[in-house]
Design a protein. Sequence first.
Length: 180
Amino acid sequence: MLLTVNRAFLRNPVKYPDPENFRPERWLEPGWPSFQEPLTQFPTINGMTSFGWGQRACLGQSVTRDETIVATGALLWGFNLKHKKDAHGNDIPASIHKSNSLLIVKPDAWDMAFEPRSNERAQSMRNMWADSEAQDMRERMDFAKNARVAREATIDITASHPADQDAVMVESSAPMAFGA
């Protein structure tokens, strides 16, 4: 019941004219009832009914807002986003009516074409990906090394304090990450 009411709130044609279509200008142009100023503060997801109300409101709302801004900015910096084409060259439309039937409703996936905005940006994205992957590998290796050192230190303590051996052996019997 609540999902139906929430859907009705977010598709209210008085507040959101043409609610079934993607119209980002509804947040950016003064003629729309959903427009708010200043644009440095609005639009915002704070107070959106899709995040719940009161004590049961989603705690991750601010993380969602921040990550959405960063991710969207990065995608738009690097790519032109377009509809995928079918075998005849026609756009494959994304349906706003298809979704799962689970408790937490989410739209079905749709196909999009991500085209790099330029060769320079494509190369920059490849470089950033490689740098990020190298940093991740270094961090994983450092973690594994530190875990190995900590485990060896625990075993050394056990050898010098036999009374604590049972407690330490229970802790160190868990499998270690990264096959150490």
